[in-house]
Design a protein around this ligand. Structure first.
Ligand code: GLN
Length: 544
């Protein structure tokens, strides 16, 4: 029988609930348990696919093509839990399902209400999220205790726990111990109040994870224990990490979180395997042998979360080479009206991530051109790959009016264009090319050398595609189309094969990079940037 851990949050948002949830999964997997992870989001969008990255951060795409919350990215990066469309449920999705059933007549004669119909549907989603064969399902509830929107979710998990009975469910509540510099002390009152909010609903947390800037004292632990009705050994501190979020599983283990969890779930007999791999990872981040600087030229750089998986994948690529990756975030729009050299000088590589719409596109194209002319490594992802194709078409192949029809539908040379089936699409939600598609890699190319295999599965999220009408002229001018989705003849990878790394991919490799298994393209890109930096630093060799 599957046991459940529910992770709620209190006091404020942005406490790193997703990372804590992911770390819990790591610790349980180390005990040999099969774990699943799920996020329940209280917002009314059916999925975050239609939200602005400025507002909600990146949209994370699962292998089976669901557009989900970025916390699922943490889950996949940290753990081996199977992540798919059932791993994220929202108020919008829950209500649509209940309304669909109501229209079908499933509740004939009944008044359809939040309790029991919505709360039942939430419990159904929780059961679906706990994948088959799971020993422990970890379920993160989005939002903060006390939010109006979270209420039905909290009520649903309370009912769920009652049905499963004691010993099968554990409630973990993540809170904040704010430090007041004026008085030089940490305060427990917000934690007490947020636990009070949960208890009003009928949930008594079993474990408290307290985020704090500095370690708490034993006296504070006793006070929190007393006021919150939680045993002192179940009051766990999570002090801000020194260098990387990948320290969190190690820190929480040191604080005894996994012992506390298995004790509550009656799983004490499981043996904890050593955390050597995570220790090694921590050292790679904490003691790098040097650094390298990568420019990320994008539209949404003001918000770190908007390119979360990209920044993480770059860090993984750096860790693979024991280098710290410094990211220079550059607003694509700025590159439109300033000399790229002013903004980009000194970087060791340029990455243009995915994006939508006109704003900043010309800046991205200029950044590609600058990287090409300077001989710097370049990595284009999705819209970034499309920018690379446009730049090459205009400036190398001499195709006048080369553009994407996303921005200029009437352009003379739509090197990036909509496929026929996308032209009929009217709804915006969940209608892009989404999820994993197989890509065949051409022998003898850079892509083949980097991947070391001829077939890969990578995840997509876009409408526009490389236009095969221009394949010949672009290839004649020196662009290599090194990866294709054969079933549809779609170009997935383009590269300048004579460069160490000048490559664009139509898909999003960042979704599949993990700290312990860096994505080969990110590792190779950072590797090329390291080489480039070394070459720039080397004294010029005197020619005989
Ligand atoms: N706007 C482009 C498209 O829809 C690229 C999307 C992306 O970068 N994710 O094809």
């Amino acid at each position: 029988m599957t046991k459940f851990i529910f992770v709620t949050g209190g006091v404020v948002s942005s406490l790193g609930k997703g990372i804590t949830t992911a770390a819990i999964a790591v610790l349980l997997e180390k005990r040999g348990l099969r774990v699943s992870i799920q996020k329940l989001d209280p917002y009314i969008n059916v999925d975050p696919g239609t939200m602005s990255p400025f507002e909600h951060g990146e949209v994370y795409v699962t292998e089976d093509g669901a557009e989900t919350d970025l916390d699922l990215g943490h889950y996949e990066r940290f753990s081996h839990a199977p992540i798919n469309r059932y791993s994220n449920a929202t108020t919008g999705g829950i209500y649509s399902e209940v309304i669909r059933k109501e229209r079908r007549g499933d509740y004939l004669g009944k008044t359809v209400q939040v309790i029991p119909h919505i709360t039942d549907q939430i419990q159904e989603a929780i059961r679906q999220g706990a994948q088959r064969g799971t020993d422990v399902a970890v379920v993160e509830i989005g939002g903060t205790a006390g939010d109006i929107e979270s209420l039905p979710f909290l009520e649903a998990i309370r009912q769920f726990a009652l049905k499963l009975g004691k010993g099968n469910v554990c409630f973990v509540h993540l809170t904040l111990l704010p430090y007041l510099s004026a008085s030089g002390e940490m305060k427990t009152k917000p934690t007490q109040q947020s636990v009070g909010k949960l208890r009003e609903i009928g949930i008594q947390p079993d474990i408290l994870v307290c985020r704090c800037e500095r370690p708490m004292t034993e006296e504070m632990r006793r006070k929190i224990s007393l006021f919150c009705n939680v045993a002192p050994c179940d009051v766990i501190q999570e002090v801000d990490v020194a260098t990387t979020i990948y320290e969190v599983p190690l820190d929480l283990k040191r604080e005894g979180l996994d012992d506390a969890l298995v004790a509550h779930l009656g799983l004490e007999r499981t043996q904890a395997a050593p955390m050597d791999d995570w220790e090694d990872l921590r050292r790679r981040f904490a003691e790098p042998e040097g650094e390298v600087e990568i420019a990320v030229v994008g539209k949404y750089i003001q918000l770190h979360d908007a390119y979360k998986s990209i920044y993480e994948a770059l860090a993984h690529g750096g860790a693979a080479h024991r280098r710290r990756v410094r990211v220079r975030k550059i607003a694509a729009e700025e590159v439109c009206d300033r000399d790229p050299a002013e903004l980009l000088a000194g970087v060791d590589g340029v990455l243009v991530p995915g994006g939508f719409g006109e704003r900043g596109l010309e800046g991205k194209i200029r950044a590609v051109q600058w990287a090409r002319e300077q001989g710097l490594p370049f990595f284009g992802i999705c819209f970034g790959m499309q920018a690379m194709v446009i730049e090459f078409a205009r400036n190398v192949a001499g195709l006048e009016g080369a553009h994407t029809s996303e921005v200029d539908p009437g352009c003379a040379a739509p090197v990036i264009d909509l496929m026929r089936e996308q032209r009929q699409v009217e709804d915006k939600g969940a209608t892009m090319r989404l999820g994993a598609y197989p890509c065949r890699i051409l022998d003898g190319t850079r892509a083949a050398a980097i991947y070391g295999r001829d077939m890969v599965l990578e995840r997509h999220r876009h409408r526009w595609e490389f236009n095969n009408d221009y394949k010949r002229p672009l290839e004649d001018a020196g662009l290599t189309c090194s990866g294709v989705y054969e079933a549809r003849g779609l170009v997935e990878i383009v590269e300048l094969s004579d460069r160490p790394f000048f490559l664009g991919v139509q898909y999003h490799p960042e979704y599949k990079s993990k700290p312990l298994e860096p994505h080969p393209l990110f590792a190779a890109f950072v590797g090329a940037a390291i080489e480039c930096r070394a070459a720039a630093a080397a004294p010029p060799t005197s020619k005989a």
